[in-house]
Design a protein around this ligand. Structure first.
Ligand code: F6R
Length: 251
């Protein structure tokens, strides 16, 4: 039995359009109330279709991001913003450079800090989310380790924004982006499971057969730190948006 509602689409393209339409509706609703929409954003291959569609809605249908505030989940550490694999660069190339979001409303964990400054920085990142009014909708992908953000196995339900060590499998999956596994950073800064669970709504997207077994564990398995995404079973307003292939192992 499904413990998290799943919406299953034939293709990732359709799923991405549906998610983008939901985000656009939230932005417009907030705008009509004179309020800001607070978005929690993910990187990686999964949300690219959503960002493409949001850019199209901006260019062709007048969707404005002037009242949108964004918080990204994670960033490799160390990482300079102009490096090829930086999530700052990813977000600008895939979304921010093509819409009218204000630079001061964009937040992405800083991969350029000195080690000693990371803890205090993470506390401030959390405080900025709270000060903004909390995240209205958090977009997530899922790693083959079950990670959401970079909450690798062992991340507890109360974990907060912090420095983590990347799992071997995650570094292997990132190897092609870095041209070799040994070039993949060993650490990252990520929002915690507890941070993610405080979002008012959570949408986890997963596409392709490579994700089917971890999706089944997250949706139907035991709630445990072995699969961080399983904690979404305890969220009152979480849903998975899948293509047929990623839904294949669900009962
Ligand atoms: C990225 C992130 C990660 C990815 C996950 C899936 O900001 O937080 O959890 O969502 O690793 O990555 P893709 O979409 O590339 O399969």
């Amino acid at each position: 039995p499904e413990k998290i509602p799943c919406r299953v689409y034939r293709h990732a393209g359709e799923a991405s359009k549906a998610v983008a339409a939901e985000i656009a509706e939230l932005i417009r609703e907030r705008q009509s109330q004179g309020r800001k929409a607070i978005l929690g954003l993910a990187t990686g291959s999964t949300p690219v279709g959503v960002y493409n569609e949001l850019v199209r809605l901006h260019k062709e249908e007048g969707l404005s991001f002037r009242d949108v505030v964004t918080f990204n989940l994670d960033e490799y550490f160390p990482m300079q913003p102009d490096e090829l694999q930086s999530y700052v660069r990813f977000m600008h190339e895939n979304l921010f450079d093509h819409v009218d979001v204000l630079e001061e409303n964009v937040h992405i964990p800083d991969g350029t800090l000195a080690d000693a400054d990371v803890e205090e920085y993470c506390r401030r990142y959390e405080a900025m989310i709270v000060d903004a009014g909390g995240i209205d909708v958090q977009l997530l992908g899922i790693g083959r380790t079950g990670h959401i953000g970079f909450n690798e196995p062992g991340s507890g339900r109360d974990s907060r924004t912090r420095m983590i060590t990347l799992d071997k499998m995650t570094r292997r999956d990132a190897a092609s982006d870095f041209f070799a596994e040994e070039n993949v950073p060993r650490r990252a800064i990520t929002m915690g499971v507890g941070t993610i669970l405080e979002a008012k709504k959570v949408i986890l997207m997963a596409f392709g057969e490579g994700k089917s077994s971890v999706v089944a564990k997250a949706v139907e398995g035991e709630v445990s730190a072995i699969v961080a995404a399983s904690f979404l079973q305890t969220h009152p307003n979480a849903q998975f948006v899948l293509d047929d292939a990623a839904a294949d192992a669900l009962t």
